[in-house]
Design a protein around this ligand. Structure first.
Ligand SMILES: Nc1ncnc2c1ncn2[C@@H]1O[C@H](COP(=O)(O)OP(=O)(O)O)[C@@H](O)[C@H]1O
Ligand SMILES: O=C(O)C1=C[C@@H](OP(=O)(O)O)[C@@H](O)[C@H](O)C1
Ligand SMILES: [Mg+2]
Length: 170
């Protein structure tokens, strides 16, 4: 079994599900944002402010290129999937699960969160446009799409674990 990547828009549950899936499957868990913060010594907003978004995107790609742990769960950032090289690395090295959450629920979860610079600098309409522009890339990168609407964190985690175990057996 290879790595398990969780992808999807900000607030869809990648970090929350990743932690729970790691506990359920007894597999190491890495949150890409947290790894970048640890390695850079800066928060995500600080990186955006001091070095810009493009530099942050390079840090995401560097993380994927240099990461060598085999069987683990990686929660990506919402923008990671936008780069073609990132999509290739993830699809070539693991099982890619897309957490497909509706925008209305996502906005409810993230609109007041100060830790997402893109949300802080954007209107609801701009974030919704970003969601729509990114959606095809999540779908194309994913081996499996998990619709999260009307599902609890526990139900999504259990379904994701079932898919991982099912595919492990194939
Ligand atoms: N299915 C869900 N039901 C209820 N709350 C959720 C669900 N998925 C995520 N959340 C909550 O939404 C917030 C954002 O989740 P997070 O895992 O940080 O998203 P991401 O890493 O995709 O940006 C967190 O407070 C999380 O607990
Ligand atoms: O969608 C994006 O461009 C981003 C999503 C964030 O991660 P989450 O999806 O975990 O919020 C984080 O990587 C950064 O703020 C950029
Ligand atoms: Mg996250």
């Amino acid at each position: 079994m290879k790595r398990i990547y969780l992808i999807g828009f900000m607030g869809c549950g990648k970090s929350a599900i990743g932690r729970r899936l790691s506990f359920l499957l007894k597999v190491p868990f890495y949150d890409m944002d947290k790894e970048i913060v640890r390695q850079s010594g800066m928060t995500i907003p600080e990186i955006f402010e001091k070095y810009g978004e493009s530099y942050f995107r390079d840090l995401e790609t560097e993380f994927l290129k240099n990461f060598h742990e085999e069987y683990c769960i990686i929660s990506t950032g919402g923008g990671t999937t936008m780069r073609k090289i990132n999509r290739k690395i993830m699809r070539d090295t693991g099982l890619v699960l897309f957490l497909d959450a509706p925008f209305k629920e996502i906005w409810r979860r993230i609109h007041k969160d100060p830790n997402r610079p893109i949300v802080r600098r954007s209107t609801r309409e701009e974030i919704e446009a970003l969601y729509k522009s990114r959606y095809p890339h999540y779908k194309s990168a994913a081996h499996i799409t998990i619709r999260t609407e009307f599902r609890t964190l526990r139900q999504i985690t259990q379904y994701a674990a079932f898919q991982v175990i099912r595919l492990k057996g194939e």
